[in-house]
Design a protein around this ligand. Structure first.
Ligand SMILES: *Cc1c(COP(=O)(O)O)cnc(C)c1O
Length: 217
């Protein structure tokens, strides 16, 4: 557990998969964690973080960004369309572009912003009715619509069904990326990031294995 251990495990997984050292970006998922745990990781020099909630990120990151100017913050949680504008100002990347209404809101921001955050399209690889994300068959059409709106997603993201082998989901995401010319793959969490790296992840989202368990109480 802890940042050093996760960095070592990522390096080992890169090597085992024959991938270049440093080809995987570790997103330290700091949602709900006590500030002192996050500050310790910031102070150690780690610079890429993930958050799930706009309001929480808004309360925490402006101050930390002043003290740690190299930081980038990735939105990995569901994004309400009415928060798109705030999110564009707050995040360096959004991993949860998952529907047309959000795509339109983000495109509307293009008029006033020099650039948008880096975008990942969330794919519902398990075809789970309760889960966000574009259905596999609809990914090419959704990407076409994004292009028409002036958006340029660079990657795909998935959260495999809980309690199942994630490997086929990671593989499916990789194939979808290849078929659609997207080079970035956001996949893998504390329990399965090494498997994701073996399957081609470029971004892993690891929270509890770095910071400890989250206390939602
Ligand atoms: C919370 C969260 C993570 C991190 O989960 P851990 O199991 O703590 O590593 C990764 N991805 C998403 C989308 C999350 O919501």
């Amino acid at each position: 557990m802890g940042l050093n251990d996760i960095n070592r495990r990522i390096a080992a997984a890169e090597q085992a998969a024959g991938r270049a050292p440093g080809s995987v970006t570790l997103i330290a998922v700091s949602k709900v964690q006590p500030p002192e745990r996050v500050e310790a990781v910031l102070a150690s020099g780690h610079a890429v973080f993930g958050e799930n909630y706009v309001q929480e990120a808004q309360a925490k990151w402006p101050d930390w960004r002043m003290r740690f100017p190299d930081v980038s913050v990735h939105m990995i949680g569901p994004l309400q369309s009415n928060k798109a504008k705030v999110a564009v100002g707050l995040f360096d990347a959004i991993h949860t572009l998952d529907r047309m209404t959000l795509a339109r809101k983000l495109a509307a921001q293009l008029a006033d912003q020099a650039c948008l955050p880096q975008l990942f399209v969330q794919v519902n690889t398990g075809d789970e009715p309760q889960k966000a994300g574009i259905l596999v068959d609809e990914v090419p059409g959704f990407l076409r619509s994004c292009t028409e709106l002036g958006l340029s997603p660079e990657g795909l993201m998935c959260i495999p069904p809980e309690g199942k082998d994630p490997t086929p989901h990671f593989r499916l995401l990789r194939r979808l990326g290849q078929d659609n010319g997207l080079s970035l793959l956001s996949m893998g969490m504390s329990a399965d990031f090494e498997i994701a790296i073996a399957e081609g992840a470029t971004h892993v989202r690891v929270g509890s294995a770095i910071f400890g368990a989250r206390d939602y109480g």
